[in-house]
Design a binder for this molecule. Structure first.
Ligand code: SAH
Length: 482
């Protein structure tokens, strides 16, 4: 049998308060909290207290609220749309509640539910959009937690989008009822107008909405090149999370953990495109073509890349293909692996007096006779973060030592940075070649070289050179993008 849904004892409504007075009796913290809450509306605040705390006084001065500096009497409530009894004194709060009721004004008494006609919600404010969370006073902490969660889900520009939507309501009414109108609004809130508002381009958003209104063409697609971060789910940005929840299709690399891909909309199509050494994967050209095709089909696509999409992510080629095809795209940055590895090691990437520059490299450009620029920077003191550096560890160490960097220069290596499975190793440049032969490292590996590495915390790391394998390790998990 289906479970009966419990009945609400407090029914949520949105009350019109523009220009209306809201009376708050009290001068302490509780009164201030209510003043701040109601202050998010356009009601006129009337605060009745002879003993306002400094913060409440500052609030009154800053907001232009009316301050009645007199001993409370019922007449102070007259004409108010709502009353808050927030004096903290039981006798006074009870009197205020009784007066309000006699005057026919709904009243809320702080921490005295038995005296309340209404409860105040935890509020997510994206005016004109509001989300009010109520627990009938059962769980203010729960309400605040839910508030935080919902707040993170919603774009800060939602209010501006809703305001723009309101200005198009009349025009949209002239569209044929049903599918046409629904499609307009769907494309408005999920398509080009919404994206332009998000980017702070209000006039562009307006033009995009007009375009939607006049053209009957299906909306064009959009590709977001999104940084998924180094692996830990909670290192994803809020924007990445939001886009994942709105995506029709998620195209992801092998290095992006399943837990992150699973954060996408449940019915989103998921397309793994590989990019892992030794595994079957699509070529870069095939990926470019796939993104263009999805864009042409009008899909909202999240192209998830590990770390930051613009660091060794071949985003340049994907953006060029999208530009050539005239498909809209945007880039959402992510936490790059070097930053996660540094955090795991408490390693200052720049260190006052020791290192003031930072190099991101792969070491795959060491083959030629001339020394690449980054190697020169390393010798002059830069901290060097080597991506995909495992299979070239010996070459990197050899060339740097040959060029004059001390074999004693500190080196830190992190496998699976940011993840629970991470392993940390430390040693010197002379130990670095041993990395190539380690069969026990199957995850992605980040190597950081330089004097600043000496400032890291080696408490939870293993010595790099302790473990020597004769066989050449497979480099299964090493990304092959460059
Ligand atoms: N765009 C990514 C880099 C892709 S190249 C970024 O900004 O991080 C792939 C390389 O990144 C791997 O070979 C490895 O060197 C590094 N990498 C990615 N995730 C990592 C992790 N969790 N721990 C250590 N290194 C990582």
């Amino acid at each position: 049998m289906p479970q009966a849904i419990a009945k609400l004892n407090a029914f949520p409504v949105f009350m019109r308060v523009e220009g209306e007075a809201v009376a708050i009796v009290g001068g302490g913290e509780a009164a201030l909290a209510k003043a701040r809450l109601v202050g998010q509306s356009s009601a006129v605040l009337r605060i009745i207290t002879q003993a306002p705390e400094a913060e409440l006084l500052a609030f009154i001065a800053a907001t232009g609220a009316i301050h009645i500096d007199a001993a409370y009497e019922a007449a102070h409530l007259e004409g108010a749309a709502l009353v808050f009894a927030a004096s903290g004194e039981e006798v006074l709060d009870r009197r205020v509640a009784e007066d309000a009721r006699r005057l026919g004004i709904p009243v809320n008494a702080v921490d005295r539910p038995e005296l309340c006609d209404f409860f105040t919600p935890a509020l997510v404010n994206r005016a004109p959009v509001a989300i009010a969370i109520g627990t009938e006073g059962a769980g203010p902490v729960l309400a605040q937690m839910l508030r935080g969660r919902i707040d993170r889900m919603l774009s800060p520009s939602l209010g501006a989008l809703a305001t723009l939507a309101a200005s198009f309501r009349g025009a949209a009414e002239r569209l044929p009822n049903g599918t046409g109108r629904r499609r307009f609004w769907r494309d408005f809130f999920a398509g080009a107008p919404a994206r332009a508002v998000e980017a702070g381009e209000l006039s562009q958003a307006h033009d995009a909405a007009v375009e939607l209104l006049v053209s009957n063409a299906p909306s064009s697609g959009h590709i977001a090149l999104v940084g998924a971060g180094p692996g830990a789910e909670d290192l994803l940005t809020l924007r990445a999370h939001r886009l994942l929840m709105e995506a029709d299709v998620i195209v992801h690399d092998a290095l992006v953990p399943e837990a992150i891909v699973a954060m996408g909309r449940r019915d989103a199509e998921r397309l793994p495109v590989g990019k892992r050494k030794g595994c079957h994967s699509k070529s870069q050209e095939e990926i470019n073509a796939l993104l263009v095709e999805l864009g042409r089909e009008g899909k909202r696509v999240v192209r998830l890349k590990s770390g930051d999409p613009l660091v060794f992510g071949r985003a340049g080629e994907e953006m060029a293909a999208l530009r050539d095809a005239g498909i809209a795209y945007e880039v959402v940055p992510g936490v790059t692996a070097a930053f996660a590895a540094a955090a795991d090691f408490e390693l200052p990437l720049t260190l006052r007096g020791v290192s003031s520059s930072l190099v991101f490299t792969t070491g795959h450009d060491l083959k030629g006779n001339s020394l690449p620029d980054w190697a020169k920077l390393a010798i002059s003191g830069a901290t060097v973060a080597v991506y995909m550096g495992r299979s070239v560890a010996a070459e990197v160490a050899g060339r740097l030592i040959e060029a004059g960097l001390s074999p004693d220069t500190a080196v830190a290596v992190v496998e699976n940075a940011s993840l629970g499975t991470r392993r940390r190793f430390h040693g010197t440049l002379a130990d670095l070649p041993s990395l190539e032969a380690r069969a026990d490292l199957t995850g992605p590996v980040m190597t950081i070289i330089g004097d600043a590495v000496a400032g890291a915390n080696f408490d939870r790391s293993e010595p790099l050179a302790a473990h020597r394998h004769e066989d050449t390790a497979s480099v299964a998990a090493e990304g092959v993008e460059q």
